[in-house]
Design a protein around this ligand. Sequence first.
Ligand code: 4NP
Length: 156
Amino acid sequence: MVQRVLFVCLGNICRSPAAEGVFLKLIQSKGLEDKYFVDSAGTGGWHVGRQPDPRIVDASSRRGISLSSRARQIQLRDFYEFDWILTMDNDNLEIVNSMICKLDKPQKAIVRPVLSYARKYNLSEVPDPYYGSDSGFEYVLDILQDACQGLLEEIN
Ligand code: 4NP
């Protein structure tokens, strides 16, 4: 059965597209492409339709990870269509959890902070790199590589 995984951040142009790319690369390296459908979304809608921020695209490409998503906002139907909804920070988690009371039938998705699967990094949030320096984008990728590895081991 295909596992459907949705990564969620605020704008869907930095952290969650990076998580999507990191997780896709991981499943490709293990020949598991047929077993997963991976997507990302933002809690906000300001960047809908945009490609990921060039700073995260460049940092990812230096690690052999290509990001090809277009920003979209999380929808109520995502709670029925995805098995896993993985949030980047506490604000995202709060907003995603607040959407659950608007559902008119029980959700399918398990909602968890992505960093609950990290092994090396003892953090609860993936820091928002948008207003920071280039090193923040590298750090986001370091954290996400750890968390996505743990996530795959957990759900595979
Ligand atoms: P993301 O980063 O949530 O990781 O995509 C951000 C992107 C845009 C903004 C904030 C965070 N913004 O304020 O426009």
